[in-house]
Design a protein around this ligand. Structure first.
Ligand code: URA
Length: 432
């Protein structure tokens, strides 16, 4: 067997055998298969696709390419959650303390932001002192004692994905269902939780642009997890407008605090309640989602979810003064209001434009080694369905950069204002 033959098979639309997939992953990780050969195979997979069996085999080979965490000595069923990435998506930081305050144990590995999508690790690092790299022992101890830990990916975990993801990023092969499914599921399966909830985003700010593609991706990942004996469920949720009000690192942490204190925007609170209810049932802590939801609402109202967040930040070395007094967070030098030039109703807020603009204001990185400005970003004042008067505030930009006129003009174009009343009613789907 050789790599050229494998590339030819996929190029010609054949299904790869288990042996061919094993050969590719093993020899790519060891460096035997070159980057240009892997690029060709990735493009062939992107164009020709993979059937369910090939995708499951690819996932399993990637999972086995490095360490697999053994968390079996932590009592109870461990839960994990993963979003396919979006704009303003700070759900894990809210959901973790919510479910942990109800007795669940969240063992989560998160990533950094790239391009227009934010990363949970960057948001966490906007809290001074916060450590996102823990040893396996520290991670286990914190999950056991605090009920949650969120850390960066261990260097030795899923090295196949680390290499493949970096290559896909520069070869226009990210947006492929088998490649995304294997990338996400191999990491989730290697990191050891028993129950996994996936949040598959669709819309302008997501990798999947249509509901149909998001459903296909969700179903592919649920089937892979099930084949490998895990309790996996997937929500398919809309990313046609940013999630919540804030986009940008410390701005999002302030919004996390707001939601955990029982305030904040309805869309974000509801998604956290929906996801949390599913997770508490997956972890067998509640029989049905209705009961689980009541428990989550109770802990938002009585402050227990917020207390759990403070405990988590403290355990990972973060300065809890910032959580107790969010006005301590650094505020950007320039605060720029964006006003509406017309009256009507917000029909759409292009999440991609908001995400890219936030990145250009300093809140994200275009290249992996860019340094993020933790105080930069955008806070929305209006969401889809809201009425707007002429001259009313649509959003506020936060930046330390000068000469941002072009970005300001771009943010205005993200808002589609209609003269007709807009009813925002999109149900999230649960695939199980
Ligand atoms: N997130 C991942 O971890 N991998 C992908 O391919 C896409 C989103």
């Amino acid at each position: 067997m050789d790599i050229i033959e494998i590339i030819e098979h996929k190029r010609d639309g054949l299904a790869l055998t288990d042996e061919e997939i094993h050969y590719f992953i093993k020899n790519y990780v060891s460096g035997e298969v070159k980057e240009y050969q892997a690029s060709a195979l990735l493009m062939a997979i992107y164009l020709r696709g993979m059937n369910d069996h090939e995708t499951a085999t690819l996932t399993d080979e990637m999972r086995k390419s490095g360490d697999v965490f053994d968390l079996s000595d932590i009592p109870g069923l461990l839960v994990d959650k993963h979003s396919t990435g979006g704009v303003g998506d700070k759900v894990s930081l809210i959901l973790g303390p919510m479910v942990a305050s109800c007795g669940a144990r969240l063992a989560k590995m998160s990533g950094r932001g790239l391009g227009h999508t934010g990363g949970t690790l960057d948001k966490l690092e906007s809290i001074p002192g916060m450590r996102v790299i823990l040893s396996e022992e520290e991670f286990k101890k914190q999950v056991t004692n605090v009920g949650m830990a969120i850390i960066g990916q261990n260097e030795r975990l899923d090295p196949a994905d680390k290499k493949l993801y970096a290559l896909r990023d520069v070869t226009a092969t990210i947006g492929s269902i088998p490649l995304i499914a294997s990338s996400i599921m191999s990491k989730k399966l290697a990191s050891g939780a028993d129950c996994i909830l996936l949040d598959v985003k669709y819309g302008s700010g997501a990798f999947m642009k249509t509901l149909e593609d998001a459903e296909r991706l969700a179903l592919t990942m649920v089937n892979i997890g099930r084949k490998l004996g895990k309790n996996v469920k997937a929500e398919v949720t809309d990313m046609d407008q940013p999630l919540g009000m804030a986009v940008g690192n410390n701005l999002e942490i302030k919004e996390v605090i707001d939601i955990l204190k029982g305030r904040g925007s309805e869309d974000l609170r509801n998604l956290c309640l929906d996801s949390g209810s599913v997770m508490l049932v997956q972890a067998k802590l509640y029989e049905d989602e209705e009961e689980a939801r009541k428990a989550l609402i109770k802990n938002l109202d009585n402050g227990k979810a917020f207390e759990k967040f403070v405990e988590f930040v403290k355990a990972q070395g973060g300065d809890t003064n910032y959580i107790l007094h969010p006005e301590k967070f650094e505020v950007a030098k320039h605060i720029i209001p964006i006003y509406s030039s017309k009256a009507g109703y917000v029909n759409r807020i292009d999440a991609l434009i908001i995400g890219v603009s936030s990145m250009h204001l300093g809140g994200g990185r275009e290249k992996l080694d860019d340094v993020i400005d933790m105080s930069a970003g955008i806070v929305l004042n209006k969401k889809v369905g809201d009425e707007v008067k002429e001259g009313e505030l649509l959003a506020t930009l936060y930046t330390n950069k000068e000469n941002t006129e072009e970005i300001e003009a771009k943010v205005v174009t993200a808002f589609d204002i209609s003269v007709h009343k807009v009813i925002k009613k999109k149900e999230n789907l649960l695939i199980q």
